[in-house]
Design a protein around this ligand. Structure first.
Ligand SMILES: *[C@@H]1O[C@H](CO)[C@@H](O)[C@H](O)[C@H]1NC(C)=O
Ligand SMILES: *[C@@H]1O[C@H](CO)[C@@H](O)[C@H](O)[C@H]1NC(C)=O
Ligand SMILES: *[C@@H]1O[C@H](CO)[C@@H](O)[C@H](O)[C@H]1NC(C)=O
Ligand SMILES: [Ca+2]
Ligand SMILES: [Ca+2]
Ligand SMILES: [Ca+2]
Ligand SMILES: [Ca+2]
Length: 381
């Protein structure tokens, strides 16, 4: 800790004016006074051979001119040796952008702030103070001065998107995570100034309430009300993000839209329009369409959940008929592919459709068609 004799008295002096509170002025004069002074000056901490100052704190968004000078460096070497000292500061706000935030007096070492500060632009300034002799050489070890910019709540949360889009399957369990909305607040992270509270303002259709929003995370979940795509295939939510702890203020509150599509699940079986169908075919004709079996399926039109799969359960052992689905209309197209005696098709689950056709107006053929979905047929069995 002991300094070389030549420098025992050569200590850079720092004066910080705290204008907050009692207007305390701190001075460290020299190492000779160190033991006496240190306990009275808790803002200055001796670390190795340099004096490091506690940060100066300046609030953003405020006229700070009354706090000037905000800091002062002084070398007592000048006085003790009768040297002419020139003071200099470097760093952000002086020699690096943003320029012109601070000015200093090179003769007195006083540092002034000239601008209203913006924490969101520059949260922290690290300046270095120098005491130079006439030839520009350091007379003292350069000194670090830290200036912290204190936050005020001058930013509102802003949604990262105007419209958030999500989807969830119908019949999903209660408390299923659907999606997450997101807003940002430029104020100091992890403080109340940047805390965001989310809220659903409105939901369309409004009843019953099928979603809830976690106010802290922005996550949207299903409620215990079961979603049914066949009833409502989409929902539109208006959401808002409030500042602070979500308390109501006169500040503007940003809103966003949330669109949630309900995805189809194959929860409807095809229902035939007519239990009995009749078709007529001229004698001695093949590859002609005999009839079309109309079915209704409440699932998403055009999807695999909607498309019916027709098969002959029985009665077509002779192979007279062929049946296939018209993917556009979901009809079963029955075609006579082989001429022959009357065909009676029989049976079956889950929805029998008795079809009767007369060939040539004389012979009657009957069969029942078995209708099942092409996809996830296990839902019905
Ligand atoms: C710093 O501010 C003080 C107080 O307003 C003023 O007297 C002084 O001239 C200013 N110094 C500089 C370098 O602007
Ligand atoms: C919110 O959006 C911002 C900006 O796009 C991103 O940096 C951040 O990670 C997002 N936060 C969450 C929780 O998704
Ligand atoms: C229709 O059902 C039959 C019998 O279950 C099956 O063999 C066939 O692959 C199905 N067709 C389609 C397109 O799923
Ligand atoms: Ca804020
Ligand atoms: Ca701020
Ligand atoms: Ca279906
Ligand atoms: Ca469905």
């Amino acid at each position: 800790m002991a300094r070389s004799p030549g420098r025992a008295y050569a200590l850079l002096l720092l004066l910080i004016c705290f204008n907050v509170g009692s207007g305390l002025h701190l001075q460290v004069l020299s190492t000779r006074n160190e033991n006496k002074l240190l306990p009275k000056h808790p803002h200055l901490v001796r670390q190795k051979r340099a004096w490091i100052t506690a940060p100066v704190a300046l609030r953003e968004g405020e006229d700070l001119s009354k706090k000037n000078p905000i800091a002062k460096i002084h070398s007592d070497l000048a006085e003790e040796r009768g040297l002419k000292i020139t003071y200099k500061y470097t760093g952000k706000g002086i020699t690096e952008p943003p320029f012109g935030i601070f000015v200093f007096n090179k003769d007195t070492g006083e540092l002034n702030v000239t601008s209203i500060l913006d924490r969101e632009e520059t949260p922290f300034f690290l300046l270095t103070g120098y005491a130079l002799d006439a030839r520009g050489n350091n007379v003292e070890k350069p000194l670090e001065l830290r200036i912290k910019v204190l936050d005020i709540n001058d930013n509102e949360p802003v949604f990262t998107q105007d419209v958030f889009v999500g989807s969830v399957e119908e019949l999903s369990a209660a408390h299923t995570l659907v999606m997450k909305i997101n807003a940002t607040d430029a104020d100091e992270p992890n403080t109340l100034n940047s805390k965001i509270s989310y809220r659903i303002v409105s939901l369309e259709p409004a009843y019953p309430p099928v979603f809830y929003l976690n106010k802290d995370t922005g996550e949207i979940y299903t409620t215990s009300v079961t979603l049914d795509r066949e009833e409502h295939s989409s929902y539109t939510l208006t959401v808002e993000a409030r500042d602070g702890n979500g308390e109501v203020t006169d500040k503007p509150v940003k809103q966003a839209q949330v669109q949630i599509r309900i995805l189809d699940v194959n929860d409807n079986i095809p229902v035939v329009e007519n239990k009995v169908l009749e078709g007529m075919v001229e004698e001695n004709q093949v590859n002609v369409e005999v009839t079309r079996i109309k079915v209704f399926d409440a699932d998403e039109i055009g999807s695999d959940n909607w498309l019916a799969n027709f098969t002959f359960a029985s009665g077509n052992e002779g192979g007279y008929f062929h049946i296939e689905t018209d993917a556009q209309t979901n009809e079963g197209i029955v075609t006579l592919i082989k001429d022959g005696p009357g065909v009676v098709a029989q049976a079956c689950n889950p929805i029998p459709a008795l079809w009767e056709a007369e060939e040539g107006g004389s012979r009657g053929q009957e069969f029942e068609t078995s209708l099942a979905n092409m996809v996830k047929p296990h839902l019905y069995y």
